[in-house]
Write a protein that binds this ligand. Sequence first.
Ligand code: 13P
Length: 250
Amino acid sequence: MRKYVIAGNWKMNKTPAETTALINEMKPLVADAKCDVVLCVPYVDIAAATAAAEGSNIKIGAENVHFKASGAYTGEVSAEMLTACGVEYVVVGHSERRQYFGETDQTVNLRTLAALNAGLKAIVCVGETLEQRELGYTETLLKYQTKMALTNVTAEQLKNVIIAYEPVWAIGTGVTATADQADEGNGYVRAAVAEMFGAEAAEEITVQYGGSMNAKNAEELLAKENVDGGLIGGASLKAEDFSIIVKAVK
Ligand code: 13P
């Protein structure tokens, strides 16, 4: 059975006090969700988020994780540190990390493995730029990024992997992929999983769409065969909008 997951990615937004207030506002609105509900928050908000979400159906995630267990890596946070704080999910390989912080397919793979080895659920992001799409590389690139990220992941660990297809041109731009483009991109990701792990594993893996998903377009996107949830940026910072997206999973 494929699981639907709606996850918020707060990016660099919200203080701890704002985190507490927003989660308290969201809790009653998403209590009857027909899908898993996750909020990925800045490291400094994790304590406030886990406390506010306790006893509710909201799970807490981080926005990145380092691949080493410990050591001289100033500014980084390990998987073990995250699990010790009650974190269950982590975003890996977001395009903003790749674009602005030099992350590569190799480091995304290492971070994914570190998360899985620590028992975290990894939300692995892939996606093409507008230039890559216009050159006709979308399928090749999505399959390549997916396979690179999942290198050395075991079939058992794959059960803790969610892949988010996030076209870079649709992130934070208000330009959403059409439902057909989202379905097609997610389909490429699923095909890559099938080539690596077989048809059954590909059928079961959760593939989210992300990129300007909002209260208005969520239902149409989520109705697509290959769209098993969403990774939501801007709209996850507003309780009502986020809850409408959660409720769009029927
Ligand atoms: P927006 O929903 O703000 O476009 O961001 C999408 C995203 O990058 C989620 O990870």
